[in-house]
Design a binder for this molecule. Sequence first.
Ligand code: ZN
Length: 260
Amino acid sequence: MTLVTRPGTLLRSHPYSESSRILRFLTPEAGIVAVMARGVRKQASKGGGPLDLFDDVEITYDHRAGRDLHTLREHRTLKRRGELGSNLLRFAGASFLSELILTHTMEEGSPRLHDRLTSGLDGLLACASEEIPGRFLAAGWGIVAEFGFPPELARCVRCNLEIPPEGMTRFDLAEGGLRCPECAASGVGPRLGPGARTDLRAILAGAPPSGLRGAAEHFNLLERFALHHLDRRRVFQTSATLAPLLASEGTGDPTPEGQV
Ligand SMILES: [Zn+2]
């Protein structure tokens, strides 16, 4: 048993017995770290303050080699993001990012992945309400790319020709990118017109448009792509909250293509 101290971001917290919780953190150096926090349900503060979702926290725990669950000894909050809880869409977007990360089995840490998460959460905290969908979509695609699945949007995944500015393409989930209009005719997958492609490229470049059109369809695409490559047996639980919220955010002005 070794006492370890490291920073991390709290992704999930669920009760275990009367007084304890199991907490899952994403840490830059060790990936997901799960700890049992005893006594935190009765005593919100044990020197380190409450442990809230999405906060950056320095944790000290008894690390047991070969075990998945360790014992929390101390914690110190480094950065609070409690304001995410004041808006349902911000909170649901942040919860989706957490779930996305927890869906992937990580063998080791990745400081870049941790950066993607924290910058995504900070973006969600700071942005105007019309920017929320674009913000979490950008962070979500960034996380998926960090897992090793960057989508191909420049060239056709089937014939390798450059995707033309005009015409209806398809997103081939299995091949991980766009099919040009010609190859789209024989393919399957969500259809993407010129406007939706421009928006998706901006999202992937980390500069999502404010008041993104078709946000629900963009979310559906990210969700399907992520599940196809990460875990085809499951669904995202946060989708049940997030998808209807995004649909109702829509301006009622459908994209020219009618779909993403
Ligand atoms: Zn093609």
